[in-house]
Design a binder for this molecule. Structure first.
Ligand SMILES: [Zn+2]
Length: 296
């Protein structure tokens, strides 16, 4: 695994070991290189050898490391899969396969490191995208995943940490799934150390948030935008739970980061031709974004 500023964090990669992917108390020493030139390690707990690329997209990779890195870098630069395919001369299915591998690896990394986040000010919002076609072009027998999809995102206000996301239809269960993941990754708040959540006027949050947090531990405020014919008429800052400062009810931080997602991932473009064909590709791209945004 590669951490912040390129720091390599080596942990035992044997799933049967008591120190599997655990940093604290690990006992690992370097043990030469294999034929491909990869560093080999030895774990003193389980007595197993493993190479540095184990459980990464580079393990048993047919493409050389340099090309895999180019694919990974293009994932964040708005290049389409066909674009990368033209640049490095490999079939688009190969590029797509590596995107999924890199996405999976990023997801594991995010799961492992985004945890025990201290309560504080958090903002939530939704960002629009689509799978295969927009809702207005849907036909009767299209698969369920086709059409508009929404990604619910949550960010820490001060540090900008991208805490959790969930992609799906704009329904309560998608919102609840994002909040469950958010809840798991945050420290439990107390009446002395409350969590503050700010979102737009989406009623799904009003239903789901009280199921996770009790009133003495939370301040929750909504910024309700009143629009008329697509232009903003006024904003209302509403206290929903606890007693948030009216002046701090804002979603400008999360809106800024959601805009960054739109800038960096081609599949979030409004009139893009490099849209996702499957939800899986969409989620892989978001996991890579989350990893790069938080740790790189
Ligand atoms: Zn081990």
């Amino acid at each position: 695994m590669v951490g912040k500023r390129g720091l390599i964090l080596i942990t035992c990669q044997n799933p049967d070991c008591a120190y599997f992917q655990i940093e604290e108390g690990k006992d690992i020493t370097k043990n030469g290189h294999n034929k491909a030139g990869n560093q080999q390690y030895y774990c003193h707990h389980c007595g197993k050898y493993f190479i540095e690329t184990r459980n990464t997209p580079l393990y048993h990779s047919r493409l050389p490391r340099s090309e895999v890195l180019i694919i990974a870098k293009h994932a964040m630069e708005k290049t389409s899969i066909r674009g990368v395919s033209r640049v490095i001369n490999h079939h688009r299915d190969t590029i797509s396969r590596y995107y999924h591998l890199i996405g999976e690896h990023a997801e594991n990394f995010n799961d492992h490191y985004i945890r025990d986040i201290p309560a504080g000010d958090c903002e939530m919002d939704e960002i629009w995208g689509f799978i295969q076609k927009k809702n207005k072009n849907l036909q009767m027998n299209d698969p369920e995943e086709y059409g508009d999809c929404w990604t619910y995102t949550s960010f820490k206000r001060e540090s900008g940490l991208f805490i959790a996301f969930q992609t799906g239809k704009r329904i309560e269960s998608t919102c609840a799934d994002m909040l469950d993941l958010f809840f798991d990754r945050m420290n439990l708040p107390t009446p002395n150390e409350k969590i503050s959540i700010y979102s737009d006027g989406n009623v799904q949050y009003t239903i789901c948030i009280p199921e996770l947090y009790c009133e003495p531990c939370i301040n929750y405020g909504q910024l309700v935008k009143v629009k008329k014919k697509n232009s903003l008429v006024c904003v209302i800052r509403e206290k929903v739970l606890g007693n948030p400062h009216v002046s701090s009810i804002s979603t400008s931080v999360v809106e800024g980061y959601n805009n960054k997602i739109r800038q960096r991932l081609s599949r979030f473009g409004r009139k893009t031709a490099s849209f996702s064909k499957k939800t899986q590709g969409f989620i892989a791209a978001l996991n890579i974004f989350q990893f790069v945004h938080n740790f790189y």
